[in-house]
Design a protein around this ligand. Structure first.
Ligand SMILES: *[C@@H]1O[C@H](CO)[C@@H](O)[C@H](O)[C@H]1NC(C)=O
Ligand SMILES: *[C@@H]1O[C@H](CO)[C@@H](O)[C@H](O)[C@H]1NC(C)=O
Ligand SMILES: *[C@@H]1O[C@H](CO)[C@@H](O)[C@H](O)[C@H]1NC(C)=O
Ligand SMILES: *[C@@H]1O[C@H](CO)[C@@H](O)[C@H](O)[C@H]1NC(C)=O
Ligand SMILES: *[C@@H]1O[C@H](CO)[C@@H](O)[C@H](O)[C@H]1NC(C)=O
Ligand SMILES: *[C@@H]1O[C@H](CO)[C@@H](O)[C@H](O)[C@H]1NC(C)=O
Ligand SMILES: *[C@@H]1O[C@H](CO)[C@@H](O)[C@H](O)[C@H]1NC(C)=O
Ligand SMILES: *[C@@H]1O[C@H](CO)[C@@H](O)[C@H](O)[C@H]1NC(C)=O
Ligand SMILES: *[C@@H]1O[C@H](CO)[C@@H](O)[C@H](O)[C@H]1NC(C)=O
Length: 395
């Protein structure tokens, strides 16, 4: 690929989403890899490797007493005062944990780690990597603090990880305040309308070309963009699959997007078997959103192919939403409907009383409301036996 296209591609790849973004089985996985190296904050193997922590780290319950080796970022030189740049220490800790069978990468309680935009790359030796966040991790404070030569559209990117549990009682503080006034890109709505789109602000934590992930119990606040997000898939007709992701027991506060599945027009592949469970929202704009019309310019052409979206469940999602957007929005593509969306115990109240609120929005979305939601969702279509092209499905 000619070099001049790399920035464009990176722009496409990273101008998305906030929290969990997952993309797998890309046809051109090798060149994808190279592109990440072109960004050049990919972690590199440490030498020599510090040995597993012997300090009395608060070993996570889930792994206490097991054969896991615990690697605390403090043992790799992280300071955790909220000011010092701890990126290198995290990279070293990551590489060491990634190359160890059954490892826990520990972000200890009582510290705040400031991290620059970083790619943490796999594949790892273990399918059971645990990323245990007990302390606070945060990006640099606002656009002016970001190094000029580093993309402002991503923060932590996990790349080619198959099997990881990310959990803990810690906090991911997106430091969003200073990003919120940035101008936003337009975004194609249904049938050529233009809607406001995401701003040029970073995706907090993103999984790319990864599978079998669980994200559990994190508290995420003030992210400039969305928190949990899956996609963006289908860039440039690429095939990408994301499946078997569970995001649960988390709190999202004051953010532009809550849990989002976003795909590009014209892509192929699938997003399937994704479960969102027990997530609390506080004044989140777009708490629940599926968007298959994603496009960065006003001039998106209509595309016929689309990423298949099926078996997505939303259970016990409660809290408040910012009334400027609908609390739930399922905008599926014209050609490929979303199938088997299920909603249960979804209760979202407007954060500001007395304002006109938008109704839930659906387009070409099939699914079932298992228990009455607040606000009620009447727009889902009945389940259909019309199967999408099976070649597009992933296992
Ligand atoms: C999209 O795919 C075409 C054909 O494979 C390729 O020539 C072009 O460089 C790709 N564009 C990007 C942004 O990767
Ligand atoms: C960004 O610039 C700084 C200083 O100019 C340099 O040390 C760093 O390596 C650069 N980072 C990248 C990713 O190019
Ligand atoms: C995901 O986990 C399942 C069950 O443990 C395993 O069979 C499958 O190969 C894993 N997928 C990947 C891509 O690692
Ligand atoms: C889904 O992922 C979980 C957690 O990684 C794993 O235990 C399970 O076996 C996976 N299931 C499938 C069908 O891949
Ligand atoms: C739901 O998540 C919260 C944290 O946000 C946790 O305290 C609570 O125990 C969870 N509830 C269930 C039923 O798992
Ligand atoms: C919009 O799309 C048309 C047809 O694809 C193209 O000719 C035109 O240059 C595009 N305009 C912009 C502003 O991208
Ligand atoms: C996309 O399709 C809609 C309806 O099918 C049509 O009104 C619109 O003009 C199309 N837009 C483009 C850019 O082709
Ligand atoms: C629909 O999705 C749910 C969970 O998301 C799954 O348990 C169920 O098997 C799916 N139903 C069909 C018909 O695939
Ligand atoms: C879907 O298929 C099942 C079994 O093949 C059948 O019982 C059911 O009536 C079909 N539903 C619709 C809406 O066609």
């Amino acid at each position: 690929m000619p070099f001049h296209q790399v920035p464009l591609l990176l722009f496409f790849i990273f101008s998305c989403l906030f929290f969990v973004t997952i993309q797998t089985r890309h046809r051109h996985s090798h060149s994808e890899h190279d592109k990440f190296h072109a960004v050049s904050h990919v972690s590199v193997p440490p030498s020599p490797s510090p040995s597993p922590s012997t300090s009395p780290a608060p070993v996570p319950e889930a792994v206490a007493g097991s054969r896991y080796s615990v690697f605390s970022v403090l043992d790799f030189g992280a300071i955790g005062d909220g000011v010092t740049d701890d990126t290198q220490a995290f990279k070293l800790a990551w590489d060491t944990a990634c190359q160890t069978e059954s490892a826990v990468l520990l972000v200890p309680d009582g510290y705040s780690f400031m991290l620059q935009s970083t790619v943490l790359a796999g594949p790892c030796k273990t399918a059971g990597l645990v990323f245990q966040i007990e302390g606070t991790i945060m990006p640099p404070d606002g656009p002016d603090s970001w190094p000029r030569n580093i993309s402002k559209r991503q923060w932590l990117v996990f790349y080619r990880i198959n099997g990881m549990l990310m959990q803990g009682g810690g906090l991911v503080d997106g430091k969003g305040e200073k990003w919120w006034n940035l101008p936003c890109k337009p975004h194609k709505g249904i049938y050529g309308t233009t809607m406001p789109g995401p701003c040029d602000s970073p995706v907090a934590i993103r999984f790319f070309m990864s599978s079998n992930l669980t994200v559990k119990g994190l508290k995420i606040k003030n992210s400039p963009q969305f928190h949990f997000s899956i996609g963006s898939l289908g860039i440039n007709h690429s095939r990408a699959c994301v499946s078997n992701i569970t995001v649960s027991d988390s709190v999202i506060q004051h953010s532009d997007n809550g849990i989002r599945i976003k795909t590009w027009q014209g892509g192929s592949g699938c997003v399937s078997k994704v479960k969102f469970r027990n997530i609390s929202m506080e004044a989140v704009r777009n708490p629940i959103i599926i968007d298959q019309y994603y496009c960065l310019t006003k001039n998106c052409s209509n595309q016929t192919s689309a990423v298949v979206i099926n078996d997505i469940s939303y259970v016990n999602i409660k809290g408040s939403y910012d009334v400027r957007s609908p609390p739930m929005s399922f905008a599926c593509s014209d050609s490929t409907p979303c199938i088997n969306l299920t909603l249960a115990q979804v209760e979202l109240q407007p954060a500001t009383r007395g304002r006109t609120v938008a109704n839930p929005y659906c387009w070409n979305a099939h699914g079932t409301v298992l228990t009455q939601t607040i606000p009620p969702v009447y727009c889902l279509m009945e389940e259909t036996n019309a199967t999408n092209d099976n070649t597009n499905l992933c296992g």
